[in-house]
Design a protein around this ligand. Structure first.
Ligand SMILES: Cc1ncc(COP(=O)(O)O)c(C=O)c1O
Length: 410
């Protein structure tokens, strides 16, 4: 007779490694919204970190050609020679950075590239400095690799940028990495050359500290601002920098799972060891598509940037008309990060106290069917993040719901 095992009674025990790690709040929000939509509620969720555009046809066609040509087998572990050549050309063309093919690693998304780097470099208790607010996954990736995330708050007054004195104070002999993300998820904050230089000067003085530059939103930079990345600005530091990028955001290819990094050979080969014993090569078809995305026509990138800039202006303007909300105009990415400090202490119509950004977001979700993410998830409160990678109609409706929700607070 077959035995059935009662999963609730099984002595399941999580590894210590993930004891303090939670499922992403954003994914939880998405699941909740899906469930409520099924129940017939008119949910709008502005939580997703992905463009609402479709992958360009010429990229899809390249993938279909790759399938037909039989490119459906294992490839070289960390990227085909053709893709690495396309990435090397991209780095040179767009960032004036010379990375040879043995200085490039390709993985299943920028996320895997960063995970590989942490797994390859962090020993127990090694520290990684994160500029808060930071992308939720950074801290958990560091923890999984056995490291210790060290968040450093970046004030709104400083444009959500890292202050050099705060950075200097956070560095210890155990610091292995500073992680910088410009334009930033969630704040949209961006570092110009002049703003980046003093930070790199601090890093130069501490040879144990490496810099991970997450450039995934490189192309989503508004008002004609120029993008600059650390290794380009300070070639003397290039041997201590991992420049991370990918096709997810710039080419609306989040589902294809393709990211890459450029860095010193020793780091890249250590990262390959990690990847070799976890996932092996990124999807062969996605690699073919990424060659086309990086080397083919770039016009969609420019068109989408204009659309995002217009949406940013709309959302910022609308939020700033609402009593209790203050929203700084972000320079890049596709998020607004607005303060809800002015709402704290007010009560919802059913008497619940809004005592945190999480309480405000919960109220929007429960009473107004709107999903946005509390700043506390990104290490800085009291704020909330809106992703404006959504249709104009949904953005307009969302802003109206926020205005109504705030009006109903007492
Ligand atoms: C700041 C940041 N870095 C990296 C990623 C991951 O990108 P990928 O899809 O290439 O793994 C994201 C995705 O949301 C992100 O917001």
């Amino acid at each position: 007779m077959r035995q059935t095992i009662d999963p609730t009674g099984a002595p399941f025990r999580r590894a210590q490694r993930i004891a303090t790690i939670q499922m992403s709040e954003i994914l939880r929000l998405g699941a909740l919204a899906t469930q409520r939509r099924k129940e017939g509620r008119p949910m709008i969720v502005l939580g997703a970190g992905e463009p609402d555009f479709d992958t360009p046809d010429h990229v899809k066609d390249a993938a279909i050609r790759a399938i037909r040509a039989g490119q459906t087998k294992y490839t070289v572990l960390d990227g085909t020679a053709e893709l690495k050549a396309a990435i090397s050309a991209k780095f040179l063309r767009e960032n004036q950075l010379a990375y040879g093919v043995d200085e490039i690693s390709v993985g299943a998304g920028a996320k895997q590239v960063m995970h590989n780097a942490f797994m390859a470099t962090l020993d127990a208790g090694d520290e990684v400095i994160l500029a808060a607010p930071y992308w939720t996954s950074y801290a958990d990736m560091v923890l999984i690799a056995g490291g210790r995330p060290v968040p450093v708050s970046c004030s709104e007054q400083n444009g959500f940028r890292l202050n050099t004195a705060d950075l200097e104070a956070a560095i210890t002999p155990r610091t292995r990495w500073l992680l910088l993300n410009s334009p930033s998820n969630p704040s949209g904050a961006t570092y110009s050359a002049g703003q980046l230089r003093p930070i790199l000067d601090v890093i130069k003085r501490h040879p144990q500290v490496w810099l991970m530059s997450d450039d995934i939103y490189e192309h989503l930079l508004y008002d004609g601002a120029d993008f600059v990345t650390s290794a380009q600005l300070e070639p003397a530091l290039k041997e201590r920098i991992l420049t991370v990028n990918g096709v997810s955001k710039a080419y609306a290819m989040t589902g294809w799972r393709l990211g890459y990094g450029g860095g010193p050979k020793a780091l890249i080969s250590a990262m390959a060891v990690v990847q070799s014993q976890s996932t092996s090569n990124p999807c062969s078809i996605s690699q073919a598509a990424a060659i086309e995305a990086l080397s083919g026509p770039q016009d969609t990138v420019l068109q989408w940037r204009e659309v995002f800039q217009r949406r940013r202006d709309f959302v910022v303007e609308q939020l700033n008309t609402i009593d209790g909300i203050v929203c700084r105009r972000p320079e890049g990415a596709f998020y607004t990060f607005a303060s809800c400090a002015g709402l704290l202490g007010r009560r919802t119509p059913d008497g619940t106290l809004i005592d945190s950004d999480a309480a405000f977001c919960r109220y929007l979700l429960d009473a107004h069917d709107l999903g946005v993410v509390p700043g506390s998830c990104f290490g800085l409160a009291p704020y909330f993040r809106i992703s404006y990678a959504a249709s104009d109609a949904n953005l307009q409706e969302a802003c109206e719901r926020i205005a109504l929700a705030c009006k109903e607070l007492q």
